[in-house]
Each structure stands twice: as structure tokens, then as C-alpha cells.
Design a protein around this ligand. Structure first.
Ligand code: TRP
Length: 454
């Protein structure tokens, strides 16, 4: 195996190991918490279709681009550009990525903290004998409180930091391989239950029968941002993972597998949620609390609901953990390399800085809710800027880098090491990264800032 540098580096043990780790990063709160909630806010099926289009035409090619950058440089998100394009400004993609990682992790830990709290509530059988209204009120009073959610958030950050210090590769491959399939099984059982509730059909219509008149410019931008968020792309997390892929693994095939797995889980989450939303008379545009308000209602109508709810929230927390470590790793790698500090200290510094912002996010649900900008509280604002601005800009630059700087021959050489991406597939891929991805992202963003109106 030819290496471009002398450092001794780890590798994922198998192609399945890479898929498990990358899917572990991709599958998380984005799929199960965020996807249903924004689909509800932005109108259902029409939003889903635009999102699927972006996954295919933009997400998949950007993911493969990140893998190519990672494996051909064998470096993290910053070092990669320094190796591949020495003396150029491309490395600032890495700086953009760190900023995005910093912001995303701050609110991600808050939601993961809610999930931890719901593990406890499930254990205590806290949803039994409660009406949908009472379950909704429970969520609101918990998230608006000043202390509890901050503590659960910090506990989650502590877990994330501990794994990043111990070393990512020892843990994630193993966990992801076993736990992700269990999560899928539980989701499928939830789907069956949800669909069989009385009044469930309206939910399926909402999710799958598009009314394109409901689609707004904002909705399109949110669908774009979420395509990035859910696939863990646009900030170099998969550049780092790509750097651990062996040369005999077929990266195009890995990217397709991860994308399909991620999308299937999101749609399963949608099928588990929306029929129940309509059956229980919950508002689909409820916002960030949607799953925390809807699912407990399903659980307590289910046989064995107690066990399922405990298991579900534990697995959701673990799915969040396999994602959060991939986010923190981007910041830690940056500190280690740019400031030459050790892994442990880097992790501690990053975790503390991110937690400060995270506490503000958490408090913005309650005591800090009067502080808003553009009508968004701190939590929503940070989510909006990082997901809908920084990630797409990062993706645009990554596509330009592969399409116009790296170019077809180097792409073909790198991608063909472990499999064939030749002929028509290569041509389509190059066409997407050179033209479709950058132009589509630029148009959608210009529409948002008002430079262009459609
Ligand atoms: N994709 C994860 C989710 O859906 C979140 C995530 C992990 C992420 N790593 C990322 C988002 C890198 C953006 C970039 O929950």
C-alpha cells in the first residue's frame, strides 16, 4: 500500500467497517429528530421530494468528493488541502469546517441532552396515564427549565469528549455495527404501530402526497442545508473518515451505501412520526419538540411500550453519540495540528468552549428566549447559520475543488484504486461537481439573501 506520508495511520478494518462508521456519523439526531420536525414545519411531502433530490444530485457527489480528498491526502480536513494544494487558499475550507463543527455541536449536545432526559423519563414510566397535551407540556417545562437540560447537555458532551480522547477508531466501528441494526428494527416496529393507529392515513398523505404550492424559498434552503447536515458533509468530517479508508475499498460504493442507509432511516422516522402526529391531533409544525411529544404517545399505547421507549431513547442517544464524536473530532484535529497541542488537551479545550455556547443554546429555550435576531432565538440562529449557510458553502467549495482543481484524471486515478468509477458514472460525477452542485447551491443561497428572486 503506497502512502503519501510517513506518519503511521490507522485504517478501518474492512469496507463494512467504513460504512458502519460513516453511517454512524450520518445517522443521528438529524434523521430522527430534525428531519421529521422540519418536514412538518415546511409542509410535508413537497419538502421531502426536494430534500431527496438534493441528497441524490448534491449530497452523494459531495460525500464522494470528501472521501476522495481524505484518502488521497491521508490527512484531516485542513492538512488535506495543504497536502493536495500546497500554497493555495483551499485550506480555508478547513477553517470554515471548524467553525461549522463548533456551532453545530453546541446545539447538537442540547438535543442529545433531551434524549438522555427521555431515557430517564422512560425508565420512570413517566409517560403513562398522560394525555397528548400533558406529554406536550412535559416537554416544554423540561426544556424551558434553567438547570436540568444544561446538566444533561453537559453529560452528553462529557461522553463525546471521553470517546474522542480514548480514540475514535477503537470504539465506533464496533458499536455502530451492532447498535445501528437494532435501532432500525425498533424504528420498523414503531412504523407498524404508528400506521395502524386510527386516523393514521392523514399522516401518510402529509408525508408522501406532495402539494408543491406549499414550498417556499426558505423551505428549499432548509432542504438543502439538511441534505448536508444529515449526510455529515460540508465541513470535512468525512474527509477525516476518508483518510482512514484502505486503498482496496470501493469508495463510490461506500458513499452510495451510506447515503441509502441514511435516507432510509430518515423516511422510516417520518413514517413512525407523522401518522401518529395526525392520530393524536398534534400540530405537524410543532417544531423541535415534535418527536419528543409524539413518540411517548405511541409508546404508551403499545404493548411492551415501556421497554420500547427505554430502548428507543437509549439508542437515539447512542446514535447521537456516534455522530457527535465525528463533529468534535474535526475541531480537535484542528487544534492538534494548528496549535500543536496533544489530543487530550485539545479535546478538553474544544469541549469547554463548545459547551459555553451550548449552555446559551439551551437557555434560549427558556430564560434567554427574549433574545432573538431575525426572529430566531440563539438555538435556532446557530442552527440556521451553521446548517443552512456554512455547510452548503463548504460543500460548494469542496465540489469546486474536486471539479476544477483536482480534475477528472486525478479523480479517476484515486477512485479506481479500489473499484471502477469509469465511463458514464465518472462523467456524470464530474458534471455534477463541476456544474450542478456549485450552481444549484449558489442560486439557492442568492435567493435567500435577496440577490436573486424566483
Ligand atoms: N449527520 C449527523 C446527524 O444527522 C450530524 C453530523 C455528524 C454532522 N457529523 C456531521 C452534520 C458533520 C454536519 C457535518 O445527526
Amino acid at each position: 500500500m503506497s502512502e503519501r506520508n510517513k506518519h503511521k495511520r490507522d485504517f478501518f478494518s474492512s469496507k463494512f467497517g467504513v460504512i458502519a462508521a460513516a453511517a454512524g456519523s450520518a445517522i443521528g439526531l438529524g434523521n430522527i429528530w430534525k428531519f421529521p420536525y422540519i418536514t412538518g414545519v415546511y409542509g410535508g411531502a413537497a419538502f421531502l421530494f426536494v430534500y431527496l433530490l438534493f441528497i441524490l444530485a448534491i449530497g452523494l457527489p459531495v460525500m464522494l468528493s470528501e472521501f476522495i480528498i481524505g484518502r488521497s491526502s491521508r490527512r484531516n480536513a485542513f492538512g488535506a488541502f495543504k497536502v493536495l494544494a500546497p500554497g493555495t487558499s483551499w485550506k480555508y475550507i478547513g477553517v470554515l469546517g471548524v467553525s461549522a463543527a463548533f456551532l453545530i455541536l453546541s446545539f447538537y449536545c442540547v438535543v442529545a441532552g433531551w434524549s438522555l432526559q427521555y431515557v430517564i423519563l422512560s425508565f420512570e414510566n413517566g409517560f403513562s396515564n398522560k394525555s397528548p397535551e400533558e406529554i406536550g407540556a412535559m416537554f416544554t417545562s423540561f426544556t424551558e427549565a434553567p438547570i436540568r437540560p444544561v446538566i444533561t447537555q453537559l453529560i452528553f458532551m462529557l461522553l463525546t469528549a471521553a470517546i474522542v480522547i480514548i480514540g475514535i477508531k477503537k470504539g465506533i466501528e464496533k458499536y455502530s455495527k451492532i447498535l445501528m441494526p437494532v435501532l432500525v428494527v425498533i424504528l420498523i416496529i414503531l412504523c407498524i404501530k404508528s400506521v395502524s393507529l386510527e386516523g393514521a392515513k392523514a399522516g401518510l398523505v402529509f408525508l408522501f402526497n406532495p402539494d408543491f404550492s406549499k414550498l417556499t424559498g426558505d423551505g428549499i434552503l432548509v432542504a438543502l442545508g439538511h441534505a448536508f447536515f444529515t449526510l455529515s458533509i460540508g465541513m470535512g468530517a468525512l474527509i477525516t473518515y476518508g483518510s482512514y479508508i484502505r486503498e482496496n475499498n470501493n469508495m463510490a460504493n461506500i458513499a452510495v451505501n451510506v447515503t441509502v442507509a441514511d435516507t432510509v432511516i430518515a423516511i422510516l422516522a417520518g413514517i413512525a412520526i407523522f401518522p401518529a402526529v395526525f392520530a393524536f391531533g398534534i400540530e405537524p409544525g410543532e417544531g423541535p419538540g415534535l418527536i419528543f411529544i409524539t413518540l411517548p404517545n405511541v409508546f404508551h399505547q403499545m404493548q411492551g411500550g415501556y421497554i420500547f421507549s427505554v430502548l428507543f431513547f437509549i439508542l437515539l442517544s447512542i446514535a447521537a453519540l456516534t455522530s457527535s464524536i465525528s463533529i468534535l473530532e474535526v475541531v480537535v484535529a484542528y487544534f492538534m495540528e494548528e496549535f500543536e497541542i496533544g489530543r487530550k488537551l485539545s479535546t478538553v479545550i474544544a469541549a469547554i468552549l463548545i459547551s459555553v455556547l451550548g449552555v446559551l443554546c439551551s437557555l434560549s429555550m427558556g430564560v434567554l428566549s427574549p433574545f432573538t435576531l431575525f426572529g430566531l432565538n440563539i438555538f435556532d440562529l446557530i442552527d440556521w447559520i451553521s446548517t443552512n449557510m456554512l455547510l452548503p458553502i463548504g460543500g460548494l467549495l469542496i465540489a469546486l475543488f474536486i471539479g476544477w482543481f483536482f480534475r477528472r484524471n486525478r479523480v479517476q486515478e484515486e477512485v479506481s484504486k479500489g473499484g471502477k468509477l469509469t465511463g458514464i458514472y465518472l462523467t456524470v460525477f464530474m458534471f455534477l461537481v463541476k456544474f450542478v452542485v456549485p450552481v444549484a447551491i449558489a442560486i439557492i443561497m442568492m435567493n435567500k439573501v435577496g440577490l436573486l428572486k424566483f
